[in-house]
Design a protein around this ligand. Structure first.
Ligand code: HEC
Ligand code: HEC
Length: 400
């Protein structure tokens, strides 16, 4: 097999053949360009792009983490970022540090279906893992933020997450002498600045990545042919072929960072718990929807909130499939607890709902094939979860 691309012509079944033509249409629509990325890749592969045998970047070990030029890495910055990730003083009432919704022993997520929120609220989505988030150029389920530096303030200031006022948070840092010294060393300023706090947190998160040596699939790709079991190898073939997962979960991150609607069922809590309904309507108010959308508030409209294009209703960013062993429950609303449930969902052709992707259709996998596929998905996680000691946090001091 060509190591760079997975040619979908390898797909044998008729189901997959139907997926093919849909893939091209969908890829064109998703990229909004005349030339689908698939076609571009095919062209680069030297077939002139004419027949456009659709091809997708194959799964592979992750490259070195991308680092923006204006926020270089350094051990002292990473250490400071780690402290701040744990420090509840970055938040409104000092009860919601990043780590409460991104816990190392919960796969750096929150562990619940819908995440907890700022006291007095609930969140309205499943907390994403921050593992490998450094590789995305679109963060959050609706992809509304494009860098970790911009994501951190969105979290610490967002009303249903940290609900902190930036000038108050900055003042707090200035009353912690150890932070004053550390910020000075790392950023060269006399007093801590809140934007530097976000840079330090971003740098720390760039260290939270899968270690290829610990990931069976990556070891396999690096030449250890025994790193995958036979079931996992069969699962990999299904992933790239009959099951068509590669159509969207492709490249080293196993995400094309595009947006699709799968018809994921709504989470019932939005019908049974007023706190969730409050957050849902509040989000609609904040993000601006039509009056009818505001009143109904019966659907997470996903990408639509960003574009206000009805064609984007219920579309979400394709998530990475790395580290799934540690990051249940799954989907934007945490509706599935196991990978078996997820694969069953895809096998029956997804759910129902607006704008459902034509790529999501019944797969015809047998029970044994579904097991193999799950076994393969598990091979994309590290042998052991990435855990970390809780840092010791410095105290406030009276200013004289
Ligand atoms: C109250 C819970 C909560 C707190 C506190 C919180 N987060 Fe999150 N985080 C979430 C939820 C929920 C999402 C998904 C939100 C969405 O997509 O709308 C998320 C998403 C993210 C993502 C995006 C990952 C991806 O795949 O796109 C990153 C990165 C992140 N959080 C980092 C942080 C940092 C850094 C902090 C502290 C400054 C923080 N979070 C504080 C709940 C929280
Ligand atoms: C049309 C593009 C597309 C295809 C094909 C596709 N997925 Fe997905 N996948 C997505 C999107 C988008 C989401 C997020 C949906 C949501 O939360 O509503 C997702 C979510 C997931 C999740 C949850 C991850 C998490 O962190 O919550 C898993 C697991 C998953 N997909 C596995 C698969 C498998 C296995 C296949 C093949 C059988 C597959 N996907 C095929 C687009 C796709």
């Amino acid at each position: 097999m060509n190591p760079k691309v997975v040619k979908l012509s390898l797909i044998a079944s008729s189901v997959a053949a139907a997926l093919l033509s849909a893939a091209v249409t969908e890829a064109v629509a998703a990229s909004g360009q005349a030339k689908a990325p698939a076609a571009r890749i095919a062209k680069a592969e030297g077939n002139g792009g004419k027949t456009a045998a659709p091809a997708f970047p194959t799964l592979a070990p992750l490259p070195p983490v991308p680092v923006p030029a204006d926020n270089p890495m350094g051990p002292e910055k990473v250490e400071l970022g780690k402290m701040l990730f744990w420090d509840s003083r970055l938040g409104g009432d000092a009860s919601t540090p990043c780590v409460v919704c991104h816990e190392p022993n919960k796969g750096w997520g929150e562990g619940g279906e819908i995440s907890r929120g700022y006291p007095g609220t609930t969140h309205w989505r499943n907390s994403q893992t921050v593992l490998n988030s450094a590789y995305y150029n679109k963060l959050f389920w609706e992809g509304n933020v494009t860098s970790l530096e911009a994501q951190a303030p969105a979290a610490a200031e967002g009303n249903v997450a940290g609900n902190g006022d930036p000038s108050m948070m900055e003042m707090r840092l200035r009353f912690i002498p150890e932070y004053v010294a550390r910020f000075k060393k790392v950023f060269g300023t006399d007093w801590p600045r809140i934007t530097h706090a976000w840079q330090a947190i971003a740098a720390f998160q760039r260290t939270l990545v899968s270690d290829a040596k610990q990931v069976p699939f990556d070891r396999y790709m690096m030449g250890d042919k025994n790193a995958l079991s036979d079931a996992q190898k069969r699962g990999m073939a299904l992933y790239n072929g009959k099951a068509g997962c590669i159509l969207c979960h492709n490249g080293p991150l196993a995400s094309d960072q595009k947006f699709y609607a799968l018809g994921v069922p709504e989470n019932e809590v939005f019908k049974t718990d007023p706190l969730f309904q409050i957050t849902h309507r509040w989000e609609h108010y904040q993000k601006g929807v039509t009056q009818k959308g505001y009143r109904d508030a019966d659907l997470d409209m996903g990408l639509y909130y960003q574009t206000k294009n009805p064609k984007d209703i219920a579309k979400f960013r394709t998530p990475s499939l790395r580290e799934l062993k540690y990051t249940a429950p799954y989907m934007h609303n945490g509706i599935f607890y196991t990978l078996d449930e997820v694969v069953e969902f895809y096998n029956k052709g997804g759910g129902t709902g607006p704008n459902k992707s034509p790529l999501i259709r019944p797969l015809g996998l047998t029970g044994a094939e579904m097991k193999d596929l799950v076994a393969f998905l598990e091979s994309l996680s590290m042998d052991k979860p990435l855990l970390m000691d809780t840092p010791k946090l410095p105290a406030y001091q009276v200013m004289k």
